[in-house]
Design a protein around this ligand. Structure first.
Ligand SMILES: Cc1cc2nc3c(=O)[nH]c(=O)nc-3n(C[C@H](O)[C@H](O)[C@H](O)COP(=O)(O)OP(=O)(O)OC[C@H]3O[C@@H](n4cnc5c(N)ncnc54)[C@H](O)[C@@H]3O)c2cc1C
Ligand code: SF4
Ligand code: SF4
Ligand code: SF4
Length: 359
């Protein structure tokens, strides 16, 4: 039994003091999703007690930031712990590819190669009962991401593309199971959100219905996210109208905004350091180390996505998309810059976060 269970009960007050007040909360929504009496709500990107707490300890023990044993979760999800230099920084994995969608509609809407949307699209075609939790923004709005339960390819396409501010993804999982009554859910998330998902699946306080409904966890690479309010103010201060922006991107250390095909803003990322959320400074995970499949842009040529396959489920999902002809893949070793570029960023992020923790 985990040592944590032998200690005094940990309830929302403890979660608030140890995680939220210390600026460690990533805003994943897991605590809100698991509260059995619906006494928690997200206010902005933080949880707040809005009802009576029955001291069940669910919120504390399903939060990825209260405690997280990489070793225990690896044993449970992958059946082994990471080993060797590369896995120290990339997590357990089986194979790496460069991937690109063969679907024109996906290519016109996606961020990189459209690997995420294509894999989900094929999973849904093969199993119409499966839905996916993605992050969408309302057109013409101020780019506030919200979790959406996509039950159709159209909804998947609406969710395509990167939002560089957080979405409380685990609220989407709760909604898929409790409101849509779905038993098979694919979840897309940043590394911290995938950790929340795995904590929910492996915690002694696991919310079983939610945990068992997860068919596939697709993790995104992530170096950092911006605070939504500060990003919008910053863009307005630069003379932009956020509601007109159709796409954001980060490439080669530059943050970019587009209106249609037109590049309307480009700035070195380091000039935006003040907009980065505090919780990201202590984050060690670049490649979504606990996902079934991880996807990012670094490592592959422009227009392609890098895909790291970690589990048998992940392998099957990728295989289906390739066999159905919606996705093309090449071994990552055959493209430039390849895995060494991913490794460099992953190593830098882990060492920086671990360094700041001991400083
Ligand atoms: C906050 C953030 C930071 C990132 N930083 C890096 C980086 O530093 N280096 C790198 O190589 N790659 C990074 N990525 C990943 C990259 O931007 C692409 O998401 C990835 O390459 C997949 O591309 P795709 O074309 O296959 O995805 P698409 O087919 O376009 O699908 C993207 C999926 O991600 C979901 N999504 C978008 N934003 C969010 C969000 N905020 N929270 C949860 N889900 C979301 C969408 O709903 C969609 O389902 C980051 C992604 C995010 C969300
Ligand atoms: S009832 Fe349980 S999950 Fe809800 S706030 Fe209290 S301890 Fe947390
Ligand atoms: S579960 Fe997620 S939203 Fe809740 S306190 Fe922990 S990090 Fe924050
Ligand atoms: S840097 Fe870490 S904590 Fe911040 S959004 Fe990305 S995965 Fe989450």
């Amino acid at each position: 039994m985990s040592q944590k269970l032998l200690q005094r009960p940990k309830v929302f007050g403890n979660l608030f003091a140890e995680v939220v007040r210390r600026s460690l909360c990533v805003g994943c929504g897991a605590c809100v999703s698991v509260c059995p009496v619906a006494s928690l709500s997200m206010v902005g990107d933080k949880p707040r007690l809005t009802g009576m707490c029955i001291a069940c300890q669910m919120c504390y023990n399903n939060c990825p930031r209260s405690y997280f044993s990489e070793e225990e979760v690896e044993e449970r999800i992958f059946g082994r712990q990471r080993g060797g230099e590369e896995e120290t920084y990339l997590g357990v994995y089986r194979a790496c590819y460069a991937a690109r969608s063969k679907d024109e509609e996906v290519l016109s809407r996606c961020q990189d190669g459209g690997a995420v949307t294509s894999i989900l699209m094929q999973l849904m075609r093969d199993d119409p009962g499966l839905c996916a939790v993605v992050a969408s923004v309302d057109t013409g709005s101020d780019w506030l991401p919200r979790p959406v339960v996509a039950t159709s390819v159209d909804e998947l396409l609406e969710g395509a593309g990167t939002k560089y501010t957080p979405s409380p993804t685990l609220l989407g999982l709760r909604s898929a199971v409790r409101e849509y009554g779905r038993e098979r859910v694919a979840v897309v998330g940043t590394p911290c959100q995938i950790r929340a998902l795995r904590k929910m699946q492996t915690s002694p306080f696991s919310p079983l219905r939610l945990a068992e409904s997860v068919e596939l966890a697709i993790g995104l690479f992530c170096m950092e996210t911006f605070d939504h309010g500060r990003l919008i103010e910053y863009l307005k201060g630069a003379g932009l109208d956020p509601s007109k922006i159709t796409r954001f991107d980060i490439k080669k250390g530059r943050f970019m905004a587009f209106e249609g095909e037109e590049l309307v803003f480009k700035v070195p990322l380091k000039k935006m350091a003040d907009l980065v959320r505090s919780c990201c400074h202590s984050c060690t995970d670049f490649t979504s180390e606990f996902a079934d499949i991880s996807v990012g842009s670094v490592g592959s040529p422009e227009g392609w996505a890098t895909v790291i396959v970690r589990t048998e489920r992940g392998e099957r999902a990728l295989d289906k998309a390739v066999k159905a002809g919606v996705l093309e893949v090449k071994p990552l070793g055959e493209v430039k810059p390849g895995l060494k570029a991913v490794l460099k960023l992953a190593k830098g992020k882990r060492e920086k976060a671990e360094g700041s923790a001991t400083a």
